[in-house]
Design a protein around this ligand. Structure first.
Ligand code: HEC
Ligand code: HEC
Length: 359
């Protein structure tokens, strides 16, 4: 009997409690609150995680005909997820200190990833003292920058991130992780959100897959004898006989070594080694897509490809550290034009011809 009474009492009191908890609909508009409304005992549930629409992973581009597989370090193997993320980051102004500049600002797709200027200003306004080189085929180099002072693609990506874009990496990483699509893309590529370490790794992976090929030169090498014009064929001979090929070695048309040509007044390789013998030496630039990368040389001092070829043909400028491999050749105007036609035949298709659609 008492038990039943208790039960009834409990049921009734719960009912009453519920009823009183329900706020009755106000008949008249409530008066403006005078005091701050009391804080609810439990905070409202957080909004559900937004559903993230991830871009489909772009499959790794096929290695262009005539290229060997670029090496990647064991701690950063190439994957399609990383390459795609690096592609996005390269075009992403959020990577910079103030959101004003992306890597692509100085490395445009339509100029084979060069800037088109002799020299460019970094975020903050300081000028670069050297010309922005192409990003195509970087995976084949053995050191980076004109003077080779960087030993890995990860290190050079990190240096460019801080130097060119003025970034505070920790702050940029926080910005990226606040963008749900980026956070999810990092997790997909690295099993973790963006970090100061994996941003340069993604950029380096993108570079290892940024290649060019299928040029008229490549088609000719693959047996299509109609691919090269008569002039380009003659230019190919001259390029070879003139000794250009001893430094501009196929398939990238660079030996990735350092040579003195006598251009400008810059310590060059000596900046990296601190050795006098390296004064004024620069890494041989690759010549693929070279017709699209004006102006030329480490200081952008040659405005046109004709000017650059003419200077190389006369054997550069005489300086103490000039390379004995560079010998003057006596080419007439027609022959200079044929060498130009040959260099134009190196214009190929890019594995990444466009910018991605950024989140
Ligand atoms: C303001 C212009 C500018 C911006 C922005 C810029 N770069 Fe560059 N980049 C250059 C210049 C100039 C050089 C050559 C520097 C040197 O050799 O001393 C260079 C060189 C490089 C190289 C070495 C290429 C080689 O042949 O050795 C890499 C890699 C590179 N940049 C990547 C990047 C990445 C990644 C970003 C974005 C984080 C970036 N760059 C943003 C101007 C720029
Ligand atoms: C001893 C090695 C060597 C030889 C031989 C050589 N080059 Fe070069 N070439 C270089 C180096 C190093 C540079 C970059 C110099 C600089 O910027 O200061 C260069 C730059 C160039 C450039 C400008 C590329 C750019 O992106 O800025 C062209 C074009 C060129 N060479 C064509 C030729 C031709 C044509 C010949 C043959 C007549 C030739 N080279 C012979 C090492 C060589």
């Amino acid at each position: 009997m008492t038990r039943l009474c208790w039960l009834v009492l409990v049921v009734v009191s719960v009912f009453v409690a519920c009823k009183t908890a329900e706020t009755p609909k106000p008949v008249t508009p409530a008066p403006a609150p005078v005091a701050e409304a009391p804080k609810p005992a439990t905070p409202p549930a957080p909004p559900p995680e937004p559903k993230v629409e991830l871009p489909a992973v772009k499959p790794l581009p096929a290695l262009p005909v005539g290229m060997v597989e670029p090496k990647a370090p064991a701690e950063n193997p190439v994957t399609a997820e990383k390459a795609e993320l690096g592609w996005f980051l390269f075009f992403e102004p959020r990577l910079s200190k103030d959101g004003s500049m992306a890597c692509a600002q100085c490395h445009h797709t339509d100029k084979a990833y060069t800037s088109g200027n002799a020299l460019d200003a970094k975020v903050g306004g300081a000028m670069n003292k050297r010309n922005a080189p192409t990003m195509v085929g970087l995976g084949f180099h053995s050191s980076w920058y004109w003077d080779g002072r960087m030993a890995t693609l990860e290190a050079v990506s990190n240096a460019a991130w801080k130097g060119q874009l003025g970034a505070d990496p920790a702050a940029v990483v926080a910005t990226l992780n606040a963008v749900p699509v980026y956070k999810a893309m990092f997790v997909r590529a690295f099993n973790e959100p963006a970090t100061v370490d994996n941003v340069p790794k993604a950029l380096a992976t993108f570079f290892r897959t940024l290649n060019t090929g299928n040029s008229a030169f490549d088609k000719d090498a693959a047996g299509d004898k109609a691919a090269l014009s008569k002039d380009a064929k003659a230019g190919k001979e001259l390029f070879s006989k003139g000794g250009c090929v001893s430094c501009h070695v196929p398939p990238l048309f660079s030996d990735f070594a350092f040579h003195g040509i006598g251009i400008g007044d810059d310590a060059g390789r000596m900046d990296a080694t601190k050795e006098e013998k390296d004064k004024g030496l620069f890494k041989t630039p690759g010549l693929r897509n070279v017709a699209l990368t004006a102006p030329y040389f480490h200081d952008g001092s040659a405005k046109t490809l004709d000017e650059a070829i003419a200077l190389m043909a006369k054997g550069g400028n005489k300086v103490a550290t000039q390379d004995p491999l560079l010998k003057p050749v006596k080419w007439n105007a027609k022959q200079l034009g044929q060498v130009k036609a040959f260099l134009e035949s190196l214009n190929g298709e890019l594995t990444y011809p466009d910018a991605p659609k950024l989140p």
